[in-house]
Design a protein around this ligand. Sequence first.
Ligand code: SF4
Ligand code: SF4
Length: 318
Amino acid sequence: MMNDFEKQIAAKSGDGLQSQKIETMQVNLGLQCNQQCNHCHLGASPDGKEMMEWPVMELVLQACKRARCQLVDLTGGAPELNPNFRRFVIALCREGHRVQVRTNLTVLLEPGMERMPEFLREHQVRLVASMPCYLEENVCAQRGPGVYEKSVAVIKRLNVLGYGCDPFLLLNLVYNPGGPFLPPPQSALEEEYRRELGQRFGIRFTHLLTITNMPLGRFRTELARQDKEEDYLQLLRKSFNPQTVDGLMCRRQLSVGWDGTLFDCDFNLALGLPVNHGAPDHIQSFKFEGLEIRRIVTGEHCFGCTAGSGSSCGGALV
Ligand code: SF4
Ligand code: SF4
């Protein structure tokens, strides 16, 4: 039986949501994080014990090679905290994969990370960095006291190394709304960020990505606490934009959890919904033929990706 999201998709395509290829492999290296943000859909924290181990990374390497992934996107938690992070990045680069890291910035100030920015530059790792506003009060409200100041300091250091300035050293910043509303238009907000961060700190970055808050994890708990859960779900549903469907990230990527379980996306990972409909659901049984074209597991949270201009790990979709 189709859920409400699938019915919307079927109205256009006549069927449920299908993937088209595996251009990107997104790999969750663990749920440990030096921060504990109140919008985190994974509930990551400094107490997180879940961590991808090297044997699973070896299987991911084989799968990426088989799928000829254009991009391997490392996420967490804070992926840099995985003890095998550097070894994994080196191995991926040796295989010719382009590597991207989703960094929270502040982790680069933690003990043991002193040379990490240089390591990332050396391997031309692309960076996607959370910076949910150019104003201190909004960043600290979502991500904790002191996070804004530290984030600015790290971006400045990355700029000195060429990140955000050199066309081969991408530094994309990520905005997400400070409450239960949709992001403003991405290109206009990017100009605002560029002006404000440039004037205040001389900061440079490549692009701004706007991401809709998914009704999951700590954000959903907070919505429920404020009795705004139902209103937010309604907003996402009524903002369904069919033009976003072609660009949904799950159609061109596969997500690997820290224990090797396969998911259609990081949000399904947060919900514990592995790939299904007959596709292999663990990296140990990875089969390119069974995963490239697969029926995607969906739910009401998917309306978060199709609302307004759409949302993905790569920002707005239209
Ligand atoms: S949102 Fe990112 S930085 Fe914040 S707790 Fe979650 S994983 Fe860590
Ligand atoms: S939540 Fe995941 S499965 Fe659902 S539409 Fe978004 S990317 Fe696709």
